[in-house]
Design a binder for this molecule. Structure first.
Ligand SMILES: NC(=O)c1ccc[n+]([C@@H]2O[C@H](COP(=O)([O-])OP(=O)(O)OC[C@H]3O[C@@H](n4cnc5c(N)ncnc54)[C@H](OP(=O)(O)O)[C@@H]3O)[C@@H](O)[C@H]2O)c1
Length: 347
């Protein structure tokens, strides 16, 4: 039996969902994969980092968080005021990093991930900030320290796209990908196709908890840009800057444009794409990156992906096109992506 000791930094929607999965799947993990997973550290912003070397009582930590009680009330723990301090002073095999995404400088996740890799911990993360801004640098750091950095759930949550391409399609030459990578905008565009105007559809998405009070990151395409940068690094090995992605959001899409597309048998979707462009200057293929709305004919597999669902179509030499459709957010759905990455570490 392998033993894996995890520290979980970020204990909000996703962190708690993942912790619940660790409880629910504990016996399966032992039986099916021969791995005994123990949670030794947990941190949030309010209460800092708690650690118990022989394992925390996960239901107890979840209960404390639900009651908004200090996590340090868990019996027998050592406590630090900050996650960084706790990570520095404690020991574990894996950091699961799920603090909020920050696309300006990636913090606080960037420092957590760097600290863990340098200390020789594997890192599994759903945090798009460090992945979008510094995937290549962080993967190099991981290699230098003989550990893995896995980030399946940064794109389409637990729906497997990165592992599908890197592992399932190993050996195929991928030359393009196109996807619906943001559930909020897809929900809004789907609602507009059912007759709502933009403002009504946005208000509906906010009422259902799909859109933030400030929806800018979603509706202006920044969230999809972050995922496009992650895929550029992980699938094409290219480091792109956010400003290298041609970006247009959905705020200017009118009900009339959506209706005209419907009349032509098309659907307007916010499409994120990466495409290798052959170059004849001997410098190798350029990678074109775009996030923009487009009208898709109904025989395009992405055209019929509605509501908050996400999808990615992968174009490759040996398979022509493969499309993966599934949830792109959610507490358990993102927890599943983290769990799959943790299991992958043990192989
Ligand atoms: N929600 C989804 O469906 C989804 C899907 C894919 C990816 N993601 C990504 O997953 C990550 C987590 O999302 P979420 O929905 O769980 O966010 P969330 O509910 O806001 O939780 C964030 C957690 O991080 C903690 N935190 C913030 N700053 C910290 C710091 N300096 N040190 C330690 N902990 C800190 C917060 O502490 P407090 O509790 O004290 O505020 C909170 O527990 C984000 O990067 C998000 O983009 C989310």
């Amino acid at each position: 039996m392998k033993h894996l000791r995890l520290s979980l930094v970020g204990f909000g929607v996703v962190g708690q969902g993942f912790a619940e999965l660790l409880v629910d799947k504990h016996a399966d993990l032992k039986q099916q994969f021969g791995v005994d997973v123990t949670l030794v550290g947990v941190a949030n912003a309010r209460h800092g980092f708690i650690y118990r070397g022989d394992g925390l009582d996960i239901p107890r930590v979840l209960e404390l968080a639900a009651k908004r009680r200090p996590l340090a009330e868990h019996p027998g723990v050592t406590h630090w005021d900050s996650a960084l301090g706790g990570l520095q002073a404690s020991s574990a095999d894996v950091l699961v990093e799920v603090t909020p995404t920050n696309l300006r400088d990636g913090e606080p996740g960037m420092s957590h991930v760097r600290m863990a890799l340098v200390k020789g911990l594997h890192v599994v993360t759903a945090n798009k900030g460090p992945a979008a801004l510094a995937a290549t640098e962080l993967l190099t750091l991981a290699r230098q320290h003989g550990v893995q950095l896995r980030m399946e759930s940064t794109v389409m949550a637990g729906t497997p796209v990165i592992s599908t391409i890197r592992e399932g399609m190993a050996g195929a030459r991928v030359y393009g990908i196109r996807g619906i990578l943001n559930g909020t905008t897809n929900y809004i565009l789907s609602a507009m196709a059912s007759g709502r105007d933009y403002a009504e559809a946005l208000a509906e998405a906010q009422a259902r908890g799909y859109a933030e009070t400030d929806p800018t990151a979603d509706v202006e395409g920044y969230d999809a840009v972050a995922k496009t940068l992650i895929l550029a690094a992980l699938i094409f090995g290219r480091t792109l800057k956010p400003e290298q992605v041609i970006r247009r959001g959905i705020t200017t899409i009118s009900r009339e444009q959506v209706q005209t597309a419907l009349d032509e048998g098309k659907r307007i979707k916010l499409i994120a794409s990466l495409r290798l462009l052959a170059s004849d200057d001997g410098k190798g293929d350029a990678l074109e990156a775009r996030v923009e709305p487009g009208a898709l004919p109904l025989d395009d597999p992405l055209a019929r992906v509605d509501g908050v669902m996400n999808a990615l179509t992968i174009q490759a030499d040996t398979l022509s096109e493969v499309t993966v459709i599934g949830p792109g957010a959610g507490r358990m759905q993102t927890g599943q992506g983290l769990l799959a990455d943790v299991i992958a570490l043990t192989r």
